[in-house]
Write a protein that binds this ligand. Structure first.
Ligand SMILES: Nc1ncnc2c1ncn2[C@@H]1O[C@H](COP(=O)(O)OP(=O)(O)OP(=O)(O)O)[C@@H](O)[C@H]1O
Length: 346
């Protein structure tokens, strides 16, 4: 089922939580709503679910106006950050719940319920936990069961609100990969709320970056990371060096930006090249710190009063052998220049 969000606005008192949001979510895609705390992600998800009403605008499901449809008639499944499993029910009964409460005419038979729940537990690879209670599961297992439960009623849309937010980093990483594989098998139109850029880039087909109730950019993970549309997106998606009010002449050439005026240049740490010799466009700097971190080496260099972060591969550092206090030359491989300096602070 496709979802179209048209001119959606929402205020809480005088506070504008969503400001004229327009978004098309094609059938079968996994979309991440990404943005800092308070940007309106959850409010938008709740409006899609029918748990919150918009002040203006429409929500269409497969082209049909669903703006005033009750949640229970929208055919959506939910998974939230805090496990919503029933404590007094076994895993099996939790997953079966949505099927058992269906109106009698639609309710599957006991043997059909049994078969369906077993299939879902196999899908989330937790069939062996069917007789346990939620308190006997790990956090990651509970979220997988919550997902199986959401899928039991065969929703046309799956809405996930920071589903792995309460879990530790390692389990989160495992679960998001697992969710991606599961989505590739099931192809349910899914919307995933997260404030974690790595999570959004790894899991989603499409990323919607929100800031202060507005959409900053919609694109594939590669597009939003490699071609950020605004300074905000650049800063929110990964580390970046910001050079204000001054764009070095040959850097402007690299950025393909020749306009005059107040500009800011954005350069990712891994897009800076360090050299031992001067060359066209390279600036001189002093090495301040060299920190090997896993497969990369983070280097801090100082140019005049600016500190610049650089990321090198271990191989490159083996060749350069940078040491504290040395003079080196640096230049960007890729620069993005924005004219407008307004509204760029997160
Ligand atoms: N029922 C409400 N009454 C008043 N203000 C609200 C209400 N719900 C949300 N807000 C405000 O609207 C803004 C957007 O909230 P929302 O929960 O959508 O943000 P979010 O991007 O999901 O943030 P987080 O990642 O922290 O959950 C916040 O400033 C929040 O305080």
């Amino acid at each position: 089922m496709s979802i179209d969000i048209q001119h959606i606005s929402k205020q809480f008192g005088s506070f504008v939580a969503l400001d004229n949001i327009n978004l098309s979510l094609p059938t079968g895609e996994l979309t991440a709503l990404l943005g800092p705390s308070g940007c309106g992600k959850t409010t938008l998800l709740r409006i899609i679910a029918g748990m919150e009403s918009a002040d203006k605008g429409q929500v269409l499901f497969s082209g049909n106006d669903a703006t005033h449809l009750h949640t229970r008639d929208r055919n959506v499944g939910f998974v939230f950050q805090h496990y919503a499993l029933f404590r007094h029910m076994t895993v099996f009964e939790n997953v079966a719940f949505g099927l058992r409460v269906k109106p009698k005419s639609e309710r599957p038979s006991e043997s059909q319920i049994k078969k369906k729940v077993s299939q879902l537990l196999d899908l989330v690879q937790l069939g062996w936990l069917a007789d346990r209670y939620p308190s006997q599961l790990s956090g990651g297992q509970r979220q997988r069961i919550a997902l199986a439960r959401a899928l039991a009623v065969e929703p046309k849309v799956l809405l996930l609100d920071e589903p792995f937010g309460a879990l530790d980093t390692k389990v989160r990483k495992e679960l998001r990969r697992w969710l991606r594989h599961l989505h590739d098998e099931m192809h349910i139109t899914s919307v995933f709320v997260t404030h974690d850029q790595e999570e959004a880039l790894e899991v989603a087909d499409k990323v919607v970056v929100l800031n202060k109730g507005k959409i900053e950019q919609i694109g594939t993970p590669d597009e939003v990371y490699s071609q950020p549309a605004t300074p905000f997106v650049y800063q929110f998606l990964g580390n970046v060096n910001v050079f204000r009010s001054r764009v070095h002449g040959s850097w402007a050439d690299i950025a393909n930006h020749h306009e005059e005026g107040d500009s800011i240049a954005f350069i990712r740490p891994h897009d800076i090249e360090i050299q031992r010799e001067a060359s066209l466009g390279a600036l001189q700097a002093t090495v301040k710190f060299v920190h090997p971190i896993g497969p990369v080496v983070r280097v801090e260099i100082a140019h005049q009063s600016e500190t610049i972060d650089v990321e090198l591969s271990r191989e490159r550092q083996t060749i350069l052998n940078l040491r504290h206090g040395e003079q080196i030359w640096f230049k960007p491989r890729q620069v993005q220049v924005f004219d407008s300096v307004e509204d760029f602070v997160i």
